[in-house]
Design a protein around this ligand. Structure first.
Ligand code: SF4
Length: 152
């Protein structure tokens, strides 16, 4: 089963208005500015509904406004009732200089490159990191299935 964040029960929130324009984009609708505005109040409503059932909130996209993603992640952290972790799936190769990596427990970096594939294939350019006390540990391998062994 595909999980946005391994070993976490994740509420994934798609952020539209993606500026990255990857060829072969898996979710072209996210390149448009669509949907409802996401702010601290809408996060609170989502947490009231799902907070007890999840362990992590993952922001998918948001590269048009990295500061906003960080602000919302910090808001999730501040809602101590749930003790939730935060994750950000960014389509940028480098982490935004406008934010601190320590606002996130998990980070995925890298645009989608059709010829290299997504996180679930070993050729991917994308990386998935766990933040351990400010050190990014590459855990991309967790998304990749081990090759099947054939018994002779
Ligand atoms: S980062 Fe994701 S949503 Fe944005 S263009 Fe690339 S594949 Fe599409």
């Amino acid at each position: 089963m595909f999980q946005e964040v391994p070993n976490e029960v994740t509420l994934a929130i798609n952020l539209s208005n993606c500026p990255n324009g990857c060829k072969g984009c898996h979710s072209p609708y996210l390149q448009k500015n669509i949907g409802e505005e996401l702010n601290e109040q809408t996060i609170d409503l989502l947490l009231e509904k799902y907070g007890d059932a999840i362990t992590c909130v993952c922001f998918m996209g948001g590269d048009a406004d990295p500061r906003m993603v960080e602000q919302l992640a910090l808001h999730v952290r501040k809602t101590i009732k749930y003790k939730l972790k935060t994750a950000w799936y960014s389509g940028k190769s480098e982490f935004s200089k406008l934010c601190s990596i320590n606002s996130f427990d998990y980070l995925k970096l890298g645009p989608y490159v059709e010829s290299l594939g997504g996180l679930d294939v070993s050729t991917t350019n994308q990386r998935f990191y766990r933040n351990e006390n400010g050190q990014l540990i590459d855990e991309t391998y967790r998304f990749q299935k081990k090759p099947k062994r054939h018994l002779q």
